[in-house]
Design a binder for this molecule. Structure first.
Ligand code: P6P
Length: 336
């Protein structure tokens, strides 16, 4: 059978299944093209003069890498002329980017973390792009970037698509349009994303956990208990030995879990409590939670299902526990 490319997958989802519209198909294709350009820029590394600091800070007060700024620009430029978007929001921009009047406005809202884990860039560890798609509410006020923020504040259950790209040994695009999860691998010779996994499923049990152990003294009691039980191994209450991984690049850690199972935790802790957590709800936790649930996993804050949260601010942070369903339900149960 001919190779299934991203374009063909999207055409089938639109024409044969009616799962997506032509505009959503265009949106995803345009995002995938921007991610190809990001992959090429990253692949040049020091030879492309794009490593290191940009000399500016983002809305989170984090020093921006040159590739953070470049990736953000690629995604903005690729998406503003197509007529499929009403506005865009990014980790790298304080306010939403409304579509210039010279272009037609569409019905979708695109949110993204253009380069997640960029602190790993300079040490050649996998990073990625995370994106989420919502429908723009009827009659939304998009007259100014400040006014447009309100249109984005929808629970994760409202997402119509979500995905990530991992820029690693290979460049992968993992996508859901609400019809399961599929993985495409970038064929660099042809420049096409080719289907390499259909119907991705996260095993409901696991022996692998991902958490930044250096924060241990700051965790709440339920997470302390859970990690101690895993570290107790076969002789402990969980009756099996666990392994640990922490890439400190959410996309890389989540992709491992999407592929072979595991549990990822960035819980609320004493260090991040006043900010509400470390990871951002709208363009990190929500898209990843949508993908994880579509693959048979679970995603909570420890207290609530992430996709049910009603956002109050575009850049709000949230605790994240996601992955193999039975482990997520166990530690969520410990939170009472
Ligand atoms: P820490 C990267 O900066 C990021 O936002 C996620 O990709 C990653 O999971 C997390 O932060 C790593 O945080 O505290 O371990 O550096």
């Amino acid at each position: 059978m001919a190779r299934m490319t991203l374009s063909r997958y999207l055409i089938e989802e639109q024409r044969e299944k009616g799962v997506i519209t032509a505009d959503l198909k265009l949106l995803i294709e345009v995002v995938s093209r921007a991610c190809k350009a990001i992959s090429i820029a990253i692949g040049k590394g020091g030879l492309g003069g794009v490593l290191g600091e940009a000399g500016s800070d983002n809305v989170q007060g984090e020093a921006q890498k040159k590739l953070d700024v470049l990736s953000n620009e690629y995604l903005l430029e690729a998406n503003e002329w197509g007529g499929h978007l009403a506005a865009m929001a990014s980790e790298e921009m304080d306010l939403p980017h409304t579509i210039p009047h010279r272009y037609p406005q569409g019905e979708y809202l695109l949110l993204f973390d253009p380069l997640d884990g960029s602190s790993n860039i300079d040490v050649n560890i996998s990073v990625g792009t995370i994106f989420s798609v919502l429908k723009c509410p009827e009659g939304a006020d998009l007259s100014t970037p400040e006014a447009a923020e309100q249109a984005f504040l929808q629970p994760g259950t409202q997402q119509v698509a979500a995905g990530y790209t991992v820029y690693g040994p290979t460049t992968l695009l993992v996508l859901t349009v609400g019809d399961g999860v599929v993985e495409f691998t970038l064929d660099r010779e042809v420049g096409a994303f080719v289907l390499t996994r259909s119907a991705m499923r996260i095993p409901e049990d696991t022996k692998e956990f991902a958490i930044n152990m250096s924060n241990r003294r700051h965790w709440e009691a339920p997470v302390q208990r859970y990690v101690e039980e895993m570290q107790a191994g076969k002789e402990g209450p969980l009756g099996k030995d666990y392994n640990m991984r922490w890439v400190a690049s959410m996309v890389a850690d989540v992709h491992r879990i999407m592929t072979r199972g595991g549990i990822f935790m960035y819980p609320i802790d004493a260090k991040t409590r006043d900010k509400g957590g470390k990871l951002r709800l709208m363009y990190e936790a929500n898209p990843m939670a949508f993908l994880v649930e579509q693959a048979g996993g679970a995603a909570t804050t420890g207290y609530r299902r992430i996709l049910d949260l009603q956002p109050e601010k575009l850049h709000q942070r949230v605790p994240v526990i996601l992955g193999s369903k039975n482990e997520v339900l166990r530690v969520t149960g410990y939170h009472g």
